[in-house]
Write a protein that binds this ligand. Sequence first.
Ligand code: ISE
Length: 334
Amino acid sequence: MTLRVGLIGAGGMGRWHGANLRANGDAVVVAVADAVPEAAEALALAHGARVQEAQGLLAADDVDAVLIASPDETHADYAVAAIAAGKPCFCEKPLGATIEQAQSVLDAEVARGEPLVRLGFMRELDPAHVALAAELERLGPITRVRCVHRNVDTEHRDVELLFAQSMVHDIHTIRWLTGKEFATVSVHVVTRSDGFHDILVVGELHGGGLGTIEFEDHGYAYEVHVEATAERGMVTTRAHPLVATRTGAAERLDVGTDWFGRFEDAYRIEIDDWVRSIRDGEWRGPTVWDGYVAQVVVRAAETALASGSPAPVVLPIRPGLYGHHPGEEARPKQ
Ligand code: ISE
């Protein structure tokens, strides 16, 4: 049966996910909500859907599942409402704009006792990341994960926002690959003369190992790489794209300037997997717990930045609902 989706947020991510839902074939967007009426109308028209305000959409009988791609600070309230309505929900990252917002979704889902929200940490579905994780399985315990993340921002975001909006991805990658939680984080930031930043986050992991994040907000291109060292070797993702062009006796790689190109496949695969998982009645993918933990690490990074010293990452006990860490499932015991 076709999955009828209510789409909240008609900006760039909403349009992108909407296009992937349409391409999926087993899902249809039936309602669109956005604070900007013209944006909602344009996207609704493109899908042959109706425009509806978010609370009505969440409650509507003909909306089987909800996709949240609205501004960050609205994610948590809509996710809590989707949980209250008992509807499967795909929520773009971050889970909330603050740790308190993220906590409210965690509390709601734990109280309901069933996972309904899948978080948009799409790198878990990116073929390069998946291949890297598979290779690592042969190489013994991971000792170090190095994440490199370059953006081509034109607007200045403050460092706290870069942690919360951008580096949450890298935090999740480190947790997902190692199956370990952060114990401490330290942060080094150099602000350039143009106001953009070079940031280095060093995380010590429980049970041993290091996770590092090298981030710059205004680089020469959009790039995301991972290099993971294990006891018997090292694996690294290759540069995007898949082809190199030689002309004029030189080789050119069009690396791109945004995440839509780099993660095009990952976005499509995560939406296809979300639709399939609902149809199969089998919940999977990045969890509310993953989103919450990423924000606890972000809070520790903010503390480390302010104090200039490493800050501990203090987590509550993982609720039973989230049974195991995603990395524990992905990586067999070695
Ligand atoms: C953006 O919001 C994303 O989610 C991208 O994946 C990330 O690379 C970028 O830094 C964020 O601003």
